[in-house]
Design a protein around this ligand. Structure first.
Ligand code: NAD
Length: 357
């Protein structure tokens, strides 16, 4: 297989990435390396214990802890946390958590230009992107800016070893969605395609091991490696139907982020396989079926992922409205977005049926 393209553009970031079991304990040397000395530690309230551990690791370089990170990065929380950072004269942010905590860190960085060290505890991949989604008055908007790209990422398998298995599975499929859409992105490059395939391979191999032994640090490390690759793809290329549909359903029906990605992925990939079958062939090959959507559906079932939108509380009567919303703002997709076809896709995903091919 060749990933050669006659033309492409790659925008490289200057992100420092460190991998390894226990690497979080190097956080002070990373703070020193940046030339900072007053760290504000960020987390959700659920991960306050992990934030306290980091405050201990940072010693006298920690000037405070803010544990108010929340899903969808509410602007009110970001403004409150920014005020705390300014009051404490923080000169660096240390974010420990999933996409919600990373989102808060990015939102503060946008407002203050503070450098960020992010220590991911899920596979969402936000740490590897210059993208920030924020919510205000029930509306979620997304921006991209080098200001929000974290400077340092510390991937420590010990921090995902305790991620509950159901969250592990949905978060992994969320990451895999970045790679799957990366394969047919218009602005893909040989580098992003290679990263997509290796990211998918890492999850394919490591997830069953993590399911069998959730504290297996080698397998957990491989899932984090997959998350880094898939997140980097998300940061480099544009997304299409899958991410837009998840955004619409998440924002309009308050569906949980990772679960929505996990359920929709086989369906959106099957939809787009009709127009991008060659580009999606590696997915079919990696997961062992002739159609990449069916291959992902079987993999998702095998690892115990949720498969039906109705299990998330979405009502069948909402599907028509969801299809209307999903076609409202046109965007590029390898296959034209047709409302009735989208409604069929949504019906299958709602019921938990195999994807339509
Ligand atoms: P999350 O950060 O909201 O975490 C979900 C829950 O799991 C939280 O309660 C959290 O405290 C808990 N948790 C996290 N890690 C844990 C661990 N190791 N053990 C136990 N509990 C743990 O979920 P997420 O899926 O990581 O992030 C979703 C958010 O990230 C969404 O708002 C999404 O839009 C955003 N996101 C943004 C980007 C981007 O590039 N901007 C990319 C991906 C996701």
């Amino acid at each position: 297989m060749s990933f050669f393209q006659e033309t492409f553009t790659v925008q490289g970031g200057t992100v420092r990435v460190r991998f390894g079991v226990g690497v979080r304990k190097e956080v002070t040397s990373e703070i020193d390396r940046i030339g900072a000395s007053r760290a504000l530690i960020l987390s959700t309230s659920q991960q306050a214990g992990t934030a306290a551990e980091f405050a201990g690791l940072c010693g006298d370089r920690a000037v405070g802890i803010f544990t108010g990170a929340a899903m969808h990065t509410p602007v009110t929380v970001s403004e409150e946390a920014t005020a705390v950072a300014l009051k404490l004269r923080a000169d660096i942010l240390v974010a420990v958590g999933g996409g919600s905590t990373t989102g808060l860190s990015k939102a503060i960085a946008l407002r203050t230009d503070l450098p960020q060290i992010v220590v991911p505890t899920t596979y969402a991949g936000s740490e590897a992107t210059p993208i920030l989604g924020q919510s205000e008055n029930g509306q979620k908007t997304t921006l991209s800016s080098p200001k929000v790209q974290p400077e340092v990422i510390l991937y420590d398998a010990e921090l995902v070893a305790g991620l509950p298995v159901d969250l592990t599975v949905t978060s992994a499929l969320n990451a895999m969605a970045h790679a799957a859409e990366g394969l047919y992105a218009r602005d893909r490059s040989p580098l992003s395609s290679i990263m997509s395939i290796e990211g998918l391979r890492a999850f394919r191999d490591a997830l069953p091991k993590v399911k069998a032994a959730p504290a297996d640090l080698v397998a957990r490390g491989e899932t984090l490696y997959g998350a880094w690759l898939c997140g980097t793809v998300l940061g480099q290329v544009g997304m299409a139907l899958h991410h837009k549909l998840c955004h619409t359903l998440g924002g309009s029906f308050d569906l949980p982020h990772a679960e929505t990605h996990a359920i929709l992925l086989p369906h959106t990939v099957a939809y787009n396989a009709q127009a991008a079958s060659e580009l999606l062939k590696p997915v079919a090959e990696l997961f062992g079926a002739t159609n990449p959507g069916l291959a992902l559906y079987d993999f998702a079932r095998q690892i115990g992922a949720p498969i039906a939108l109705r299990s998330l509380g979405l009502e069948e009567r909402d599907l028509n409205h969801a299809a209307d919303l999903a076609v409202r703002n046109p965007y590029w997709n390898p296959r034209p977005i047709e409302r009735d076809e989208l409604l069929r896709l949504l019906r299958a995903a709602w019921a938990g049926d195999r994807p339509l091919v």
